[in-house]
Design a protein around this ligand. Structure first.
Ligand code: BES
Ligand code: MN
Ligand code: ZN
Length: 497
């Protein structure tokens, strides 16, 4: 789909989308069309419930000679029209056009009173939202019907100051490839995307200037990462440690570390999962996918920062050689772990990845993303990811970045009483707490035992948000790429200004 920005013309034609503000307020474009069609819009507003409220839309067909099809977009009150809402409008426009099989659509961006966004910014966000909406993962469909193909080829956005809009869009556009890169990784089945294949695809980031290192089991063994290696022990696939460097910031800036859980398939291991829904565990690498996508985006927009991404990539399988419940393993940090449940594998691979990152890069901050626990879904559902952190300033920055983008977070507690629950009788700790109670918190407590002094750390449990069975205006159902934009935007707002 091609996107073009141009000045607002006197008259419109074809498939046109225009804004209507709350309480049926027609803005400039709609007023013009209403006048030239003898009040078609006014009549439509009288006939139905559409009032211009946020998220409302209505389509008018065959209203005048030139405007064949008119999509009225409710933008609500001015303050409702923020960046996220503007992206949503773009998504709705693209979705509508593709659903009805149109090749071209024109949208007119009116200034909306009370919105903090300038028209050029609204226009750029509309373009981004439309592009994000057009994602498809259809490479394994050999018989797609023509009506399932995307039809929209051209999106024309009319706005006062198209050059400003173009400039704003340039900053946003690298988001699309990065998000799609992650959605592809997360959508791939596990027979295709196993640890080495994930690493191979991440190697492509070299083209953007990212330095990519890949370590196999032999190297990790030398480093003493036995807790990570224990998880992959039952798999015929080699476990991998993927290390991505984007060092484009000031020489003296201590790097930021991003850590990702990359369980390419999680059967649970010997503590095997029930069959129902197990196919979902192909996306148990969503944290690693988000970290790789964030590196893609930082490099794509040439961010002036130093960031390293470390992803632990494994497959958790039952096997004659698999790790057993009760096994004791030693981590790179020297601490020992009693593996009570082989299905609590995410924390096991992350503890060694986190230690590796801290030992090698001395990060000032370390943010880790993982589809870690079913318990976080019980707590927060699919609306928010769980945030655990030892640092309130870091938490607040992450929460602010997330709420602006629609990648929302909710801060969860940590504390000594929870920490005690993972003490082991025979090792330094065990990998699960007593029962299921507070399951996402005890998981976070486990991770915190591997955070070094002075490191601002956050763990984001994305089990409920990495995959969407519903989708929304800018994200078709399936892989969401949650975290890609959150990490990028947090880094930009904290370290680049
Ligand atoms: N990958 C799962 C968590 C998960 C569940 C992610 C559902 C996405 C959707 C994780 O490895 C796991 O199995 N966690 C266990 C931990 C338990 C054994 C302490 C869980 O949540 O049941
Ligand atoms: Mn598991
Ligand atoms: Zn898992």
């Amino acid at each position: 789909m091609k996107v073009e920005f141009s000045a607002v013309p006197k008259a419109f034609s074809g498939n046109v989308a225009v804004f209507v503000a709350a309480d049926k307020q027609l803005l400039a474009a709609a007023q013009g069309i209403d006048a030239s069609t003898g009040g078609a819009i006014t009549r439509a507003l009288e006939a139905g419930r559409f009032s211009g409220a946020k998220d409302q839309t209505v389509t008018l067909l065959g209203q005048s000679g030139d405007v064949a099809r008119l999509l009225l977009l409710g933008v609500g009150k001015g303050r409702d029209l923020d960046a996220r809402a503007a992206e949503g409008l773009g998504g709705v426009i693209a979705g509508e056009a593709n659903a009805s099989g149109h090749k071209a659509v024109t949208v007119v961006v009116d200034a909306v009173k009370g919105s903090r966004l300038a028209p050029a910014e609204i226009a750029a966000r509309i373009a981004l939202g439309a592009r994000l909406r057009t994602y498809r993962f259809d490479r394994y469909k050999t018989k797609d019907k023509p009506e399932q193909k995307l039809s929209l080829e051209q999106l024309t956005i009319h706005v006062a100051g198209p050059a400003d809009a173009r400039r704003a869009y340039q900053r946003l556009e690298p988001t699309v490839d990065a998000v799609f890169f992650t959605r592809d990784l997360v959508s791939e089945p596990a027979n295709v995307l196993f640890p080495a294949e994930f690493a191979k695809r991440a190697k492509d980031l070299t083209k953007l200037g990212v330095k990519v290192e890949i370590m196999g089991e032999a190297e990790m063994k030398k480093l003493g990462m036995h807790v990570l290696l224990g998880v992959g022990q039952g798999s015929t696939r080699d476990s991998q440690l993927l290390v991505m460097h984007w060092m484009n910031g000031p020489k003296t800036q201590q790097p930021i570390a991003l850590i990702g859980k990359g369980v390419c398939f999680d059967t649970g291991g010997i503590s095997i999962k029930p069959a129902g829904g197990m196919e979902d565990m192909k996306w148990d690498m969503g944290g690693a996918g988000a970290v790789a996508g964030a590196m893609h985006l930082l490099a794509g927009r040439k961010a002036r920062v130093n960031v390293v991404g470390v992803c632990a990539l494994v497959e958790n399988m039952p096997d004659g050689n698999a790790q057993r419940p009760g096994d004791v393993v030693k981590s790179m940090s020297g601490q020992t772990v009693e593996v009570i449940n082989t299905d609590a594998e995410g924390r096991l691979i992350l503890c060694d990845a986190m230690w590796y990152a801290q030992e090698n890069f001395k990060p000032q901050a370390m943010v880790e993303l993982s589809t870690l626990t079913g318990a976080i879904i019980v707590a927060l559902g699919h609306e928010r990811a769980g945030l655990f952190s030892n640092n309130t300033a870091l938490s607040n920055k992450l929460r602010a970045a997330g709420s602006a983008l629609g990648e929302k977070l909710w801060r969860m507690p940590l504390g000594a009483k929870y920490d005690k629950l993972i003490d082991s009788e025979i090792a330094d700790m065990k990998n699960v707490g007593g029962g299921r109670d507070g399951g996402s918190i005890t998981a976070a407590q486990f991770l915190q035992r591997f955070v070094q002094e002075g490191v601002a750390w956050a763990h984001i449990d994305i089990a409920g948000v990495a995959w969407s069975s519903k989708g929304n205006s800018t994200t078709p159902k399936g892989a969401t790429a949650y975290g890609v934009r959150l990490l990028d935007s947090w880094i930009e707002s904290t370290y680049e200004r």
